[in-house]
Ligand binder design. Structure first.
Ligand code: MOS
Length: 726
């Protein structure tokens, strides 16, 4: 294992290096750049399917301050949606291409004016008529087909073992149908962009998780070379998957700027984003589980039905939660979907496990109860020795340690076994648990570092910091590897002119970008060692506080640097064979206490103890924040969040944060977050594993299981709101 890492900087709860910029308002977000831009405002379609019969823009054009109104009749040429690449983030996202409407809220015009108020008012003057067609909306099991693939790289079907036989051999079974609603990521910073053209060269400042594929998307949309595109996204106010790809703000800002030959800014409104930003689709799930009387899990069958936006192939797979969870004789799943005239369904925080971590873990709870076993004991008994879905070995496995540690810290042994048996006045108290499992992904990435003659290090890559703390952890990695102080390090991210990475997504960001940087630092250590006159393995040299030391030799970095032009190095990473030969996961266990009011059925989550194992922890403070965020999402998903579709139009009726309920401060109790630190050498050179999405996985499961323990009622239609408990 990596023994250069001594933990001088890596692992420390270092404050965010960009914290002072953010709290003082000096970190420039996409819409805040000081560029003299005209302002675009989006006019949305009010039908789900059809074509534009007429679009009347004269009144809008005549309104004060209006510069232009773009429609499909006069917009700059863009390739049709989906052209140019199979990858959904690289393909054309052309809009105003023709008068075809695929979903409610699709832009039909962009009104560009001198001010936001002028553009917004004029947008209300654009009159559109449609030839409407009957839309396909909602899940329809009979009209569904096998998905092309499931998020997280899972096949749409899995057939390990003989399910029928295992089911027949089961003494006790559950056959459960769950529904989960449409949900929206609702990042605090709305999707925004400022675009400007200089001849054929396009520069976009926007809010984007993955820069390189975003460049490809613009190239495919506008038919220009990638070399002529620069995308910058230095500060991002949350993404959660909704900013993995380019969206209407960016495409329309670029189209508008091209038309006007002047910079154009488009900031989506919160209301826009409910229809124009990607969201999590409503999914129906059927879960069948069978066990023998002694609590041996025999059979698992997990079927899902969902929808896809027209021409956009993305299907979430809640069965991911079953893939690596518990030993069984047969594990089957099927993911079906239907192309529907709904807004874009795409990855949203912990795609797959965010849902399966509720439903599958609730189904396991129900089966354990039938067997007559404590749900913790049931899980411990069915701990697998190999991956249940694939039969491959696990790279690491410490789910049992997470569960045992969490049970101890929580006091699980004192849980009342009988549901509805503990009361405090008019409140029913319940306790629930669930496990957390999330695939650990790695991607390709590159990094360049430059150490100046003055001893200042600059790190360059197109990696993004979506609020997770990337600037900080990369600073810590470079400080650790090169023995520099964080003040002597500048991290330059999210610029397409920098070396390419896979950006932020799927919890692969820190491991991928951190490893590329680590490898660059290793290459630089070699150069510095040679320049310092060492002819030993650089790994044997201690780089600390600006000095290289081995045995009784010590050389100051400043002395090596002072007569040089500085030193540079590059580092690359890509997932190795360990990611093929082993199943890689991060693990956790949640224990939760709820109180349910006997009269109003209001649910209060009162306490969480969650234990996580995600390899080496790079920064205990930012890691803690990530996990706390996961628990907050878990509460939202279990008891709050739900988007209601108007079945006539495909639009959402609760399209603001007053009516769409996310978990708020008042909903979040004391959360004890504990890390078991097990650096994983099979994951990457720094031994980290993805942590961003882990805590969300299973958090909602623990809550719904606790609600059952409190009330004796199981709810299959999520979220569990008080009306369903009355
Ligand atoms: Mo994440 S939903 O892969 O940004």
């Amino acid at each position: 294992m990596n023994d250069i890492i001594k933990g001088k900087w890596i692992g420390k709860p270092l404050d965010r290096v960009d914290g002072p910029l953010k709290v003082s308002g000096a970190a420039t977000y996409a819409a805040e750049h000081d560029i003299d831009a005209a302002i675009g405002f989006i006019v949305e379609a009010t039908i789900a399917k059809g074509t534009i019969a007429s679009i009347e823009t004269a009144n809008a054009e005549a309104a004060k301050g209006v510069i232009a109104v773009l429609t499909h009749e006069n917009a700059p040429k863009m390739a049709p949606w989906g052209d140019g690449a199979d990858d959904r983030f690289e393909q054309s996202h052309g809009v105003l291409v023709d008068g075809t409407i695929r979903h409610y809220g699709q832009p039909v015009a962009l009104v560009i004016a001198e001010t936001l108020e002028q553009a917004r008012h004029a947008a209300s003057l654009v009159a559109v008529t449609y030839d409407e067609q009957a839309p396909a909306l909602g899940v329809d099991r009979a009209d569904s087909e096998l998905a092309e693939g499931l998020d997280g790289g899972f096949e749409p079907t899995n057939r390990r073992g003989d399910f029928d036989q295992a089911w027949a051999e089961s003494d006790l079974t559950v056959d459960l149908n769950y529904t989960t609603p449409h949900m929206i990521p609702a990042a605090m910073e709305p999707h925004s962009a400022i675009a400007e053209w200089d001849g054929e060269r396009l520069t976009v400042r926007n809010s984007l998780q993955v820069i390189a594929s975003g460049v490809a998307c613009l190239a495919n949309t506008f038919g220009i070379d990638e070399e002529n595109i620069r995308v910058l996204s230095p500060y991002i106010g949350g993404g959660f998957g909704s900013k993995l790809g380019q969206h209407y703000d960016t495409i329309l800002a670029a189209a508008g700027a091209k038309k006007l030959n002047r910079p154009v800014k488009v900031v989506q409104t919160r209301r826009n984003l409910f229809h124009a930003g990607p969201h999590r689709a409503r999914i129906e799930q059927r879960i069948r589980l069978g066990a023998t009387r002694d609590g041996t899990l025999k059979a698992v069958n997990f079927e899902t039905w969902s929808t896809q936006a027209i021409g956009y192939f993305y299907t979430e797979g809640p069965m991911a939660s079953a893939a690596s969870a518990y030993r069984c004789d047969a594990l089957h799943w099927t993911g079906k979907t239907r192309q529907a005239n709904e807004t874009l369904n795409d990855s949203m925080r912990a795609p797959g496990e965010a849902l399966g971590g509720v439903t599958f873990e609730a189904a396991i709870d129900e089966l354990a109860e039938k067997v007559g076993m404590d749900p913790l004991e049931f899980r411990l008994k069915n701990e697998p020795t190999e991956d249940p879905a694939s039969g491959k070995p696990f790279a690491t496995r410490d789910l049992v340690e997470c569960m045992k540690r969490g049970a101890d810290e929580f006091g699980w042994a004192d849980r009342p076994k009988e549901p509805r048996s503990r009361r405090e006045g008019r409140k029913l108290i319940g306790y629930g648990m669930a496990s957390a499992i999330r695939g650990n992904m790695m991607q390709e990435g590159s990094c360049r570092i430059d150490l100046s003659a003055g001893g200042h290090l600059t790190v360059k890559m197109d990696m993004t910091d979506i609020g997770t703390g990337t600037y900080t952890i990369l600073t810590q990695i470079a400080a650790e590897a090169l023995g520099l102080h964080p003040d002597d390090i500048t991290v330059d991210l999210a610029d397409s002119d920098n070396p390419a990475t896979a950006g932020s997504g799927g919890s692969f960001g820190a491991g991928t970008s951190g490893s590329a940087l680590w490898n660059a630092c290793i290459a630089l250590r070699e150069k510095l060692a040679t320049a310092g006159g060492f002819n030993i393995d650089p790994d044997e040299i201690d780089f600390d506080e600006g000095t290289m030391q081995a045995g009784d030799r010590a050389v100051a970095l400043a002395d090596v640097l002072k007569d040089s032009d500085g030193f540079s190095a590059e580092g690359n990473i890509k997932p190795g064979e360990e990611h093929e030969d082993y199943v890689q996961n991060s693990y956790g266990a949640h224990f939760c206490e709820v109180a349910v009011d006997m009269d109003s059925c209001e649910i209060e989550v009162r306490r969480f103890v969650s234990v996580f194992s995600a390899g080496r922890i790079l920064n205990r403070k930012t890691a803690h924040s990530q996990c706390l965020g996961g628990l907050v999402w878990g509460i939202g998903g279990a008891i709050r969040e739900e988007l209601w579709m108007d079945e006539r139009t495909g639009g959402y009726v609760n399209r603001d944060l007053a009516e769409y309920h996310v978990a708020v401060n008042r909903d979040v109790p004391k959360c004890d977050i504990i890390f078991l630190e097990n650096p994983d050498p099979k994951s990457n050179p720094i031994g980290t594993k993805g942590i961003g999405e882990l805590a969300l996985c299973g958090a909602g499961g623990a809550i719904v299981n606790a609600i059952y323990n409190a009330t004796g009622k199981r709810v299959y239609d999520l979220p569990v709101t008080l009306d369903k408990l009355l």
